[in-house]
Design a protein around this ligand. Sequence first.
Ligand code: ADP
Ligand code: MG
Length: 741
Amino acid sequence: MQTTRQQIIQSIDGRAVRRFEPVRGDNGNRLNVSEYYGCNTFSLAVMKQKLPKDVYQKYISVVQSGQVGKKLDSDTAEAIAKVIKEWSIENGVTHFCHWFQPQTGLTAEKHDSFITVDENGVAIEKFSGSQLIQSEPDASSFPSGGMRTTFEARGYTAWDPSSPVFIMENANGKTLCIPSVFISYHGDALDEKAPLLRSMEVLNTKAVELLHVIGEKAVKRVVPTVGPEQEYFLIDRAFYNLRTDLVMTGRTLLGGQPPRGQQLEDHYFGSISSRVLAFMQEVELELYKLGVPAKTRHNEVAPSQYEMAPIFEEANVAADHNQLVMEVMRRVAARHNYAVLLHEKPFAGVNGSGKHNNWSMATVGDDEQSPNLLDPGKTPHQNLRFLIVLSTVMKAVHRHAGLIRATIATPGNDHRLGANEAPPAIISVFLGEQLSEICNRIESGTNLEQSGEAAVISLGVSKIPQISKDNTDRNRTSPFAFTGNKFEFRAVGSSSPISFPITVLNTAVAQAMGETTDLLKKKLKAGRPIDAAILEVVRETLLETKPVRFEGNNYSDDWVREAERRGLPNLKRAPEAMEQLLSPSSKTLFSETGVLREQELHSRYHVMMERHVKKLTIEAETLATMVDTMIVPAALKEQKALGEAIRALTEVTRNADVSEQTTRLGVVSQGINDLLSKRKDLTAMVARVQNLTEEAAKAHMLSGEVATLMSQIRSISDRLEDLVSDEFWPLPKYREMLFIS
Ligand code: ADP
Ligand code: MG
């Protein structure tokens, strides 16, 4: 008789590649992507076409003001709501919702129908300006880190007009989603979006000031740009459903290593299987309709691991779009009988998944030269702009390395950071050979007495060669690498929203820009020519931030020691890192820039700690259940079978040699005993954790002692997996999940 597991393996063989309907035009012809791209978004183009001119202008001016919370007046909102309603109904939409990002890592939505019924019982579709702008969900069940008690549970969501309204399609209907911030009754941010918007605002202000001081007076607005590369695993859904650990925690808590993992290096960029490709294509189709610019797709290093990368966008939109990417992937995966695993480390022994955040800043509108502030440029002046911006970013990363580490602190990422496959927990900056060379020259520069272009030329920085990617991208081990015309923040976890890491980066850079501007102004006041002043500030900043620059192998033990010598923080585990949120320098950063008020910062800290504790407690309890109900029973069957076989044999042949078999029986029963005993310890330890009063103490214990005990349990179970008959083993094995699809 076959076990469920074995039946599943057979059924996977018969899975057909899913065919889905392409997008068709009115005449039934298949449309090109460019013809349907963004058809489910109420985009600028649609707005321009449908809105009265003055309303459109008002809308644009609010969006471009870069001011968070600057609201549309009610007439404008009413006019926009009217058009959105018409557009929605034309498109078959029945419901609308404010779509927001509470600090759960996911998005939230509460749907309302457009329908209202008048006094005669007649139904009509209605959607008002105030419904567009604001909504009041019952906020009591969202994390608030103690900022809100249940009796004053009011929070509200407010439309973020800088991110397009979109339609989510479902098999049986469509919903209008209004990207929104989520704020407490007293105006405290309860979500991921509000702080991100504030950070963009302060970055805009500080960057424009800096650019004006260095002579770029025409610049009106600067925005951070982000292109988040998303890594993920795909496994057959039938396997997933049988893995209690994947369903409950997103990662496998148990599972013996297969003889083959990623050592053959044959998966990276390998040819994509038809079934997987069909999934990717359907994801892309959905994303294109939503105006998400999916660009690249490929196989990643580990078996069954993949990546998609979009074209970069303004940070706020990129953050929303990344949430949509994850959501669409989850949904489409189900249609293809797949489960998408976004966890940072679903499988031990092969690579985990990250989300490389490519980040830069760009001027918007009105200029002839490259808008990208991290583009080295072609003229001496552009080179100087680049150098001052680059050094300012390094100042930010150097000063706030601990805080930046905190923004990526999750239980999942703890399995990745520091393992020799992902950036380490030490935050350093990689510049690449050419740029390092230039920085070294500037640092040791003695000709800074010369003025203007002479200094620039004598330092050899008048012509910074266009830095090619091949030159900069070689160091895959750096958590924060310069890659030609942007930084790549690689340490972000695959399941995390990108908002908070980007918020902190923007804010830290804004603060550093403010200081850079002040330094420049002082030098100008003292009569230094502008180019010389810029170079001097660049030089001072490079010297000050030298410890954060590292070009070597970030995985090496030498680096760990070297970083310690340089005074760089090495925050190995998430709870330790999270404490950086409340460090004096973090507090100053947030209060000075206004990005997070004191109570908001504390609340964020508490939410992060609390979530950490909850997630790890769930992991521990899941492991206990699996041991009790799956592993021990399977091992007992094996023990019984062995025992019976030995007895049967010795009954028939009194002198039969059963020494090896008896040894094996001994190993299996010892394994069962060890497992039961450690499993008892686990329950006791979790109880002790629960008795602690401080959330931080719980988090530390869970990440420390409990995690260690869990990995001991795992290794006993994994050894048993190798001994127990395949037909008794209830859980899909690594070799099956990773290689059969
Ligand atoms: P690489 O090969 O180094 O990964 P790509 O050009 O393929 O570089 O880009 C990777 C990601 O970086 C993409 O999502 C891309 O859109 C994004 N990216 C490129 N330029 C910028 C920029 N100026 N700001 C933010 N992201 C960018
Ligand atoms: Mg990658």
